[in-house]
Design a protein around this ligand. Sequence first.
Ligand code: EPU
Length: 419
Amino acid sequence: MEKLMIRGGEHLSGRVTISGAKNSAVALIPAAILSDEKVVIENLPDIKDVYMLAEILQYLGAEIEHHDGTMVIDPKNMEPKPMLNGRVKELRASYYLMGALLGKFGEAQIGLPGGCNLGSRPIDQHVKGFKTLGAEVTNESGALHLKAKTLVGNRIYLDTISVGATINIMLAAARAKGQTIIENAAKEPEIVDVATLLNSMGVKITGVGTDIIKIQGTDRLKECRHSIIPDRIEAGTYMIIAAATDGDVTVDNVIPKHLESLTAKLRELGAIVEEKEDSIRVLGQSFYKPVDVKTLPYPGFPTDLQQPFSVLMTKAKGTSVITETIFSSRFRHIDELRRMGATAKVEGRTAIFDGPTELQGATVKATDLRAGAALVTAALIADGITEIRDIHHIDRGYENLEEKLVSLGAKIWRVIEEE
Ligand code: EPU
């Protein structure tokens, strides 16, 4: 078992370089298999999810070369082997293989990822999309079986704005006959990134970044080279850490526009945020004004930053409220923050913080990736040492977390215990 130990109280300062976006990477790797030729993806983050996807593609027959953040994917010898169990079930984003395999082979059999610590995560909108393109979809013993003689472009209205469904439908539609129109599409930058890759491969996609996306499919996709956008959630996490530790941190290799909602909220709290072309500097304060945050689809405040941001509310003088509109159970970190001394309660989809309160080091558990990021943030400002367990969640999504934090002056180390 591995755990992170953090001695809080340092004001972090310096520069940190942001890696490629996890939520782009997990879609771009499956997207690459739609090609008939080699695809090169650059600026991949060095995180577990990327290695797991590479392993899955190799199982399906792809040839993969992966080093120094670059992956060369040669899908020539791939086959749509059934994947009912194993790796696919561990990795939520393996659902992108449904759209990619359906588009490429007209069939896929994939074990459904179970529920997760964010609450129920249905994929009904993905399935609605596949069916509207002409696929037969059945659920047999916990696995989805998808089959289509021919996929034909069509008009699909998403009943819920969904990042995953928008991307998955784009993947299947990339090789469908004719035009697909996705209405009420999600607008996240990662969707634009996937469309950029597909367009480089020869698909014609317009409207990404708006709520109507048009995809003109093609039956032959060519080789290309693509570099992933910076991870706005990793960047946002370091911006929050800078504000929390009353630090002075510049995050390099970011697209400031992707972080506008966080920048606005940090300024509302009282932190100083300076934006340059591809970097953002955050200067923290000892105490903050209370703020309310409501998570929304992009360009609203991201649910993925809600958990780390909540730590700042323990430094605000007064009552702050978070309303989580995307995932029903994204407050599991709050029990752990309470263990560290936060005054906070959860009522349905709302969390209410009364501050300021001094956090104390404690033994806590990361219940999911961003809960882990919240606990790291809390530990950095807590008095004494915090021990964070279940850090495999954190390793899924943050490249070189300890090295990056140590370079900013944090006292953080990893302990490996024998089981
Ligand atoms: N939803 C449905 N039906 C569907 C799909 C989604 O009801 O068919 C609901 C979900 O239950 C949720 C809402 O729609 O309430 C939005 O879900 P969405 O599909 O947008 O989320 P996702 O694609 O499963 C991605 C990210 C998440 C991020 C969300 C929201 C990836 C691999 N995951 O998930 O990232 O929180 O979008 O922005 O891209 C993370 O990085 O920690 C993470 C969980």
